[in-house]
Design a protein around this ligand. Structure first.
Ligand code: ADE
Ligand code: ZN
Length: 325
């Protein structure tokens, strides 16, 4: 199996439905409405997806719940050949963005990640993530959580959620705070917003990576700017197809972006929600868009170069990615 580098995975969004159902039962929470008769998450469109996501997350209530989630998610990723994963972690869901509480959740998650690394050889790094539809004021304590825990495991700061709420500059304070603390920066943009949203995100938030960014393809001058700046896109094709951000696999712009010289990488976003895995993403890229193994490996190399880890970790993972070299 091809080893894989994944840069864009939401921890709660990667939760297997059976895991969430099990926790709901333990805690006597009724969230049966978010599952279909086969036990999969069910929703219609992006807004409902976000609501179902938050309902599923409501059963994750303690540091131990999140530690168990990290174990389940890393087991799942390791089975797909993922050797390095960057995962979005949300202080909003871990003790209401309170720094002291966040430290406890983080400690539990990190222990679980260390255990998974020993058992499965998969390395995890965390990107602290604000949630856009919770608003710019709420992003500030989240950025503070990130700033207070930067180093080693926590390497980045980002923003996800409803992209069309507000403008990137509304969140500039939080991104500035995170940057000054030494965090690397990424933001979801150009999944639902147009190229203007991608351009504003780069200009106003100073990010070095963009989550999705696919609508940049609608402005070729912007593509050139992104390529020249060496900004990396965390592209999640199966997510875009499942949520309707693109019309179908055949229409996905990932190859066109790559041909424009944009640094593109491949991730799953929230795999169980989109009935996907890293293996399936690679398979679909090969079958529908004609990606050769060498191109897939090249995107893995790009992903590792754009990873927010320290140089020693990068060098260690590089040897695993290409053992012969
Ligand atoms: N949170 C989880 N998945 C997301 C996505 N695809 N877009 C925005 N926010 C998200
Ligand atoms: Zn995402």
């Amino acid at each position: 199996m091809m080893p894989k580098i994944e840069l864009h995975l939401h921890l709660e969004g990667a939760a297997p439905p059976a895991f969430i159902r099990g926790l709901a039962k333990e805690k006597h929470v009724d969230i049966s409405g978010i599952f279909d008769e086969r036990g999969n998450y069910v929703y219609n469109g992006f807004e409902e997806f976000l609501a179902v996501y938050e309902a599923a997350t409501s059963v994750l209530q303690t540091p131990d719940d999140f530690a168990r989630l990290v174990t389940a998610v890393l087991d799942q990723s390791a089975e797909q050949g993922v050797i390095y994963s960057e995962t979005f972690l949300s202080p909003d869901f871990c003790g209401n963005a309170d720094v002291a509480a966040w430290r406890e959740y983080l400690h539990a998650m990190q222990e679980a990640a260390d255990r998974a690394e020993r058992l499965n050889g998969i390395t995890l790094r965390g990107i602290v993530t604000a949630i856009r539809h919770f608003g710019p004021e709420r992003a500030k304590p989240v950025a503070l959580c990130a700033a207070e825990t930067v180093g080693g495991f926590i390497t980045g700061f980002g923003i996800a959620g409803a992209e069309l709420m507000g403008r990137p500059r509304d969140f500039a304070y939080s991104f500035d705070l995170a940057r000054e603390a030494g965090l690397r920066l990424t933001a979801h943009a150009g999944e639902w917003g147009g190229p203007d949203m991608v351009a504003d995100t780069i200009r106003d938030l100073g990010v070095e990576r963009i989550g999705h960014g696919i609508n940049a393809i609608k402005d070729l001058a912007l593509c050139e700017q992104i390529a020249e700046a060496g900004i990396t896109l965390e592209v999640c094709p199966g997510s875009n197809v499942a949520l309707g951000a693109v019309k179908g696999w055949k229409h996905h712009p990932i190859r066109k972006l790559r041909e424009r010289g944009v640094r593109v990488t491949v991730s799953t976003d929230d795999p169980p929600f989109f009935h996907t895995t890293m293996t399936r993403e690679y398979q679909m890229l090969a079958e529908v868009l004609g990606f050769e193994d060498e191109e897939l490996m090249d995107m893995n190399r790009i992903a590792l170069e754009a990873a927010f880890c320290d140089p020693e970790t990068r060098a260690r993972i590089a040897k695993k990615l290409e053992p012969a070299t």
